[in-house]
Design a protein around this ligand. Structure first.
Ligand code: PGA
Length: 221
């Protein structure tokens, strides 16, 4: 059975108290998270909550991994406001790179994305490269790609799973990568994506913010 990645991207959401409530609901449902079989859960909280998530997940014995939503393209040093690969590596094994919101609102172009991929590799982080279509460049050494069409992100208008499957196949023709689908994934439509033979999982924004919905997503995947 192929592994199914279920990646939650919290974006710029949740205070510590809100995160505590979310995590408590997960802990209350610990049993559901113990026999996950081929499902691999990765949560990407904001930087401010990485330490908190790591502590609670470890003490609660939950087999859930962590990812960062971004990293600096620079190493440690005089880069005010940046969080670098060495710093996030203390908490996570994965990092999202090139999310369309970074490309759009923070003017990240291919040059910056390539530098960030390099940083991720330098610090032994597994980059999850987000692309909007099958024309985007897939950098060497990238093993996980998330296909996230712009029209589907945060709109409630998910892509047609058959189209996502076609794009996933095209991306796989470019390199030996796993391909996730992202954009308005819900507990109702998740299976229609994960059952596709070339789709190896999902990247979820909005629906993962509610613990109950997140548990349903995991159950239905
Ligand atoms: P969404 O976000 O599930 O809210 O559409 C997905 C994403 O941007 O990763």
């Amino acid at each position: 059975m192929k592994p199914i990645f279920i990646v939650a991207n919290f974006k710029s959401n949740k205070t510590k108290n809100e995160a505590r409530e979310w995590l408590n609901k997960l802990l209350e449902n610990k049993l559901k998270l113990q026999n996950l079989g081929n499902k691999k859960i990765i949560i990407c909280p904001p930087f401010t909550l990485l330490d908190f998530f790591k502590t609670i997940l470890e003490s609660g014995g939950l087999s859930v991994e962590l990812g960062a939503q971004d990293i600096s393209r620079f190493p440690s040093g005089q880069y005010t406001g940046e969080v670098n690969g060495e710093q996030v590596k203390e908490f996570v094994n994965y990092v999202l790179i090139g999310h369309s919101e970074r490309r759009k609102s923070f003017s990240e172009d291919e040059r910056i994305i390539e530098e960030k991929i390099k940083m991720a590799k330098d610090y032994n982080l597994t980059p999850i490269l987000c692309v909007q279509n099958s024309n985007n460049k897939i950098y060497s050494g990238v093993s996980i790609v998330a296909y996230e069409p712009q029209f589907a992100i945060g709109t409630g208008n998910a892509d047609d799973p058959k189209n996502a499957e076609k794009i996933a196949l095209k991306i796989k023709e470019k390199g030996n990568v796993k391909v996730l689908y992202g954009g308005s994934v819900t507990p109702e439509n998740i299976k229609s994506f994960t059952q596709m033979s070339n789709i190896d999982g999902v990247l979820i924004g909005n629906a993962a913010l509610t613990a109950e919905e997140f548990l349903k997503l995991i159950e239905n995947a």
